[in-house]
Design a protein around this ligand. Sequence first.
Ligand SMILES: [Mg+2]
Length: 390
Amino acid sequence: MGTNKIKITEIKVFAVAIPRRRFHKMAFAGESLSISNIVVIETDKGIKGIGEARVMQNWGGDYNRYYGETPELVAQVIRKYLAPSLIGENPFAIERLTAQMDDIIKGYSYAKAAINMALHDIKGKVLNIPAYELLGGLVRPRIRLMHSIGIMKPEDAAAEAYAVAEDGIKDIKVKVGLDLENDVKTVEAIRARVGKALQITLDANQGYRLAKTAIIALNELEKYDIAIAEQPVEGLGEMAEVTRRVNIPVMADESCWTPRDVIEISQLRAADCLSIYVAKAGGISGAMKVAAVAAGAGLPFNLNGSGELGVGNAASVHTIAANKGAEIGAVIPLTAPAEKRQTKVGNRSYLDDIVVDAYEYENGELFVPDRPGLGITLDEEKVNKYWYEV
Ligand SMILES: [Mg+2]
């Protein structure tokens, strides 16, 4: 097939709502339902690409530097602004089309990421290679998973940590940042229950507010052998102060969306490591650029997500697979439809999924699939079952 002849003919966007395994409470909000926009890009060769935007309206960059999106906004931005400019274009021109989207409308990185993922899916399918081959090839055939425990009662957190360790997971992230006393009791209870079986990362989602508060909290929590403290406070100045004054390595998440952010983090020494998402960076292409700047700055990272379903999660999986710097455990769901679940609790964020295949899993690691493109197939019945009107 002459690959330069292929054309985008239609872009569809819809949404689904999938129930979570349990309510997930974080310093900024809580969720029992996950709403995702799914994008399907059709071509004149009959090959379709799929992408996802798993948005959060009340989560964004430091001091509103980047904003939340909603399922309705994503649908509107794609239908009214992005899709019309892409019809008739060659989906192989991923870099040019991604820049074109930024010219049409600033921001909306989640909406753009969904399209960028779908373009990678098309290109991989047409060339009959997995998406990671488009990104430099496979460096991580297995991905170490990190399970996220929401803010809850210490005994409940300890019970969940124990169940996660039973599932073979080696890394957990514990959400903190609302109440220091509960944070200490929670980490203490987890250590008492699982010993050294789990590596513990803390994520405050900016919740400690003042650098001084975060410094007191992290210095108190240090004795529980904490691997990483993620985004204790809001803003690079505050992050830099915390990074200077605690022994636990500090990770930037809300502070780290774009390549430019990594330059500033590096200049200010505002973190010791980074959390990169495909969605924050506006797609796989953007995440690869953030990762490249991180490599230049000597900052290790994990590539996480916003808790995507099987579509967006596949984009994260292929991006991690192609990045040597993605050496920290990934907080991504172990995607599996209800009838094919791999773990009882570990990285099982949702009760079901809209893709057909579950990832292979063993001993805390997900196996990167080698199917063409993103390697996913939508389950149309599930899409109808979980349909959410936007
Ligand atoms: Mg985070």
